[in-house]
Design a protein around this ligand. Structure first.
Ligand code: ZN
Length: 68
């Protein structure tokens, strides 16, 4: 799966926007600038904030979307 031509720069970019679902710990890559993502594993929707243009962090669940 790893391309031979992948440079270190590209490797680093593979981790850009990578977050982890706090519910099921599924690793998900959010598109740059996205402010939320829906976990494909468990369906929870999470708020995302960007520490810097390359580092996304999960802020917490979208409570208004949750129904308990
Ligand atoms: Zn999940």
């Amino acid at each position: 799966m790893v391309k031979k031509s992948v440079s270190d720069k590209q490797k680093a970019s593979d981790r850009i926007g990578e977050v982890r679902c706090l519910n099921c710990f599924y690793r998900y890559k959010v598109p740059p600038g996205a402010d939320r993502f829906v976990c494909p594993e468990c369906g929870w929707e999470w708020r995302v904030s960007w520490v810097n243009p390359e580092l996304a962090k999960v802020r917490g669940p979208m409570w208004d979307k949750m129904r308990f």
